[in-house]
Design a protein around this ligand. Structure first.
Ligand SMILES: Cc1ncc(COP(=O)(O)O)c(C=O)c1O
Length: 357
């Protein structure tokens, strides 16, 4: 009997050697060796500053032009940074503008902060159409931007990001810029959205392959927002794990050549996935960043079930991301496994999938 797969929690942590997992967005490669060294020597067991370790914030400030250590709050991953920021920006009856397809937690994050998500669709190239954005922004007090994006793998145009920055500034809208994939970008340098109305959220999960340590941060030049998020954190999670922060600091100091070396590995996998999918005749956006590819598939939820139960392959249905005609593949796995996954996908397309239409 097949069990119905309702959410990604069905897959997370599942896996054996026969399974090819294009599921979870978690790097398979280890963090920098310096991170392991920090683990060996760390001996702090007390509560830490709710805002986060000062030395880590000082190191982070070097990454952002004009930033000061007091502009940062160290959080339990980017997830907590999004949650705290939304709650700090909460307005009764407030609406938050989200792109669709979206990272699947966003609508839940917005609802948990007591606000309502308001969606606009990305265009046929997986990009934001500024006019569509402006129309949808009516009545919204916050816009969430995610470039490079999960699940689309696309990167937003520089000109559009700058127009959004100016528009939101002019109309008193806050921007939450989720830059969790800022170091995994193939088509240009990452553009950091800027301004007092922008809150950047990020983490060590993807750039430094340490998802399980749960270390992220928010960065804002608005002292009132920083203060509010600290106060909420003070009465919820309190400080982020001390050992996690020590490991994150060591990873950050070992930034180069680690980040560039990883990017070269991601690029190789991206080529393999993209050309493999094109050869299979799939309609797909060329990945421009992050490590996801999001081809069109008729009845993606059925395809996800068939691929898992008949081909031992994990994929995530686009339905979870607001796109029921697409299937998400994370290519955070070795080239050997990618080859094997593409082989199984070919069999699926020739057999089961042919019966869908
Ligand atoms: C776009 C996006 N934002 C936030 C997160 C959460 O990351 P973290 O592990 O830092 O909480 C993810 C994780 O996949 C993501 O893809």
């Amino acid at each position: 009997m097949r069990q119905k797969i309702e959410s990604s929690s069905f897959f997370i942590g599942r896996g054996d050697d026969s399974l090819i997992s294009f599921g979870s967005g978690q790097p398979d490669l280890p963090p920098p060796p310096e991170a392991f060294e920090a683990l060996r020597t760390y001996n702090g067991f007390k509560y830490g500053l709710v805002q986060g370790d000062l030395v880590l914030r000082q190191e982070l400030a070097k990454e952002y032009p004009g930033a000061k250590p007091e502009d940062f709050v160290i959080t339990n991953g980017c997830s907590e940074a999004i949650d705290l920021t939304l709650r700090a920006l909460q307005k009764p009856g407030g609406k938050v503008l989200l792109p669709r397809p979206y990272y699947y937690s966003y609508p839940h994050n917005v609802a948990l902060a007591g606000m309502t998500p308001s969606f606009y669709d990305l265009n046929a190239q997986g990009k934001i159409d500024f006019d569509v954005f402006v129309k949808a922004a009516e009545g919204c007090s916050v816009a969430l931007i995610n470039s490079p994006s999960n699940p689309t793998g696309t990167v937003q145009e520089l000109a559009t990001l700058k127009k959004i920055e100016a528009f939101c500034d002019e109309h008193g809208m806050a921007i939450i810029s989720d830059e969790v994939y800022k170091d995994i970008i193939y088509v240009r340098e990452n553009y950091l959205m800027q301004g007092k109305h922008v809150v950047t959220v990020n983490s060590f999960s993807k750039s430094y392959a340490m998802c399980g340590y749960r270390v992220g941060y928010l960065y804002s030049q608005d002292a009132a927002i920083v203060k509010r998020t600290i106060e909420i954190k003070n009465h919820t999670a309190m400080n982020t794990s001390g050992v996690g922060q020590a490991v994150a600091l060591a990873a950050l100091r070992a930034r180069q050549p680690y980040v560039d070396e990883r990017l070269a590995i991601w690029k190789e996998r991206r080529e393999l996935m993209y050309t493999g999918m094109k050869e299979l005749g799939l309609d797909v956006w060329a990945p421009e960043g992050a490590f996801y590819i999001f081809p069109k598939i008729t009845d993606a939820t059925r395809a996800m079930h068939d691929l898992y139960y008949e081909y031992q392959m994990i994929t995530y249905t686009g339905e979870w991301f607001g796109a029921r005609d697409r299937l998400r593949f994370s290519y955070a796995l070795t080239t050997e496994k990618i080859h094997e996954g593409l082989r199984r996908l070919k069999l699926f397309l020739e057999k089961e999938y042919a019966a869908y239409r």
